[in-house]
Design a protein around this ligand. Structure first.
Ligand code: NAD
Ligand code: SER
Length: 321
């Protein structure tokens, strides 16, 4: 059997850094090639090969895939929701053309698997607000959501028409302490820990009662790896799976932090991201992922808070329990 050789595109980003390290643990350092448009993230330096690569340059991407004997691609390069609203055409172009380049090369080179994340941003104001199901009304109002929804159907099309084994998750907002987030509406839930540790206060750009679906990075990594390791015949969804971790508001995450930092001061000053957040569901029903490949999250808000505070680079030696 051919040994898997993996290319991670967008490896210097919030998910890319940690997913690359997790894949290197499983497949071996030399078997996982990190790539990005920007420079190698310092956390990846010395852990395995890195190439500078623009996913929009299909020829160069194709050359790398052939030259490095790539068998799997994890495509993480994208423009997220908040930045996307500032550059709608650029967001559409990167999110769509990047995916189509990868799917085409996967078909031509008969890659064994492709991973591409979608988002809870596919849902819009007409989708159910609570426990939003896998199959429901989907009318996104952000360019990011539109690009993710179209991308899901391209994945489905390449699977059905060409047999490309492409798999996908609709990630909720992801919370982590290693690599900074890249311009999403849910980034406040990452910034709040940094500001609580560094300055003891945070001015949140969403209102206190804005509930959104969220997930701690260790759960997101495990969901990704479990989906990719599942037998092909267990995968009934070839668009993208709903996955859930937790759901909370800024006031609730603030209260969770105040259990450990009682003087933490949380203020609210909603901006344009409030409209984006208000268009998304508050929580997600992930029963199809649970049934198909056994998805089960491990972290709730308080367990995540203790882990975030203890491991955050701004922690400065404090111990929280
Ligand atoms: P990020 O912005 O942190 O990282 C994206 C990376 O892609 C960056 O390092 C960037 O330099 C790189 N990139 C941009 N354009 C490129 C190009 N043309 N060629 C090569 N690389 C390029 O994003 P992330 O949070 O790590 O998200 C990764 C994926 O997960 C995206 O598809 C995103 O939509 C999806 N997702 C993320 C979240 C979240 O909360 N972080 C939630 C849902 C879905
Ligand atoms: N975290 C992402 C965003 O806010 C959700 O896809 O854009």
């Amino acid at each position: 059997m051919q040994k898997e050789k993996i290319l991670v595109i967008g490896a210097s980003g919030q998910i890319g850094v940690e997913l690359t390290l997790a894949l290197r643990n499983i497949y071996g350092n030399s078997q996982v090639i990190a790539s990005d448009l920007r420079e190698e993230n310092p956390l990846l330096a010395g852990t395995g090969p890195y190439v500078s690569l623009d996913v929009m340059n299909k020829e160069m991407l194709h050359v790398q895939v052939i030259r490095q004997n790539i068998t799997q691609i994890y495509l993480l390069a994208a423009m997220l929701s908040a930045t996307g609203e500032k550059n709608p055409h650029l967001a559409w172009h990167l999110n769509m053309q990047g995916l189509l380049n990868v799917l085409d090369i996967a078909r031509e080179e008969k890659l064994s698997k492709v991973y591409w994340p979608s988002s809870i941003a596919v849902f819009g104001p007409t989708s159910p607000r609570r426990l939003c199901p896998q199959h429901t009304v989907i009318e996104p109002t952000t360019v990011y959501g539109i690009s993710k929804y179209a991308g899901e159907f391209w994945c489905n099309y390449y699977h059905k028409r060409y047999g490309v084994d492409v798999r996908s998750l609709r990630y909720p907002g992801l919370i982590s302490y290693k690599s900074l987030p890249g311009g999403g509406t849910t980034d406040y839930a990452v910034e709040i820990y940094q500001e609580a540790l560094l300055h003891g206060k945070y001015n949140c750009y969403l209102s206190s009662d804005t509930y959104l679906p969220m997930m701690y990075m260790p759960d997101a990594l495990r969901a990704t790896l479990e989906l990719m390791e599942a037998p092909a015949d267990a995968i009934t969804i070839r668009t993208s799976y709903n996955v859930a971790g937790m759901s909370f508001s800024p006031a609730e995450i603030g209260a969770s932090i105040q259990k450990h930092l009682p003087d933490f001061d949380l203020q609210y000053k909603p901006d344009y991201r409030q409209t984006i957040a208000d268009s998304w569901p508050q929580s997600i029903d992930d029963s199809v992922a649970r049934n198909d490949w056994g998805w089960q999250p491990a972290y709730d808000i308080d367990r995540m808070t203790v882990d975030m505070l203890n491991n955050h680079p701004e922690n400065k030696g404090r111990r929280f329990q």
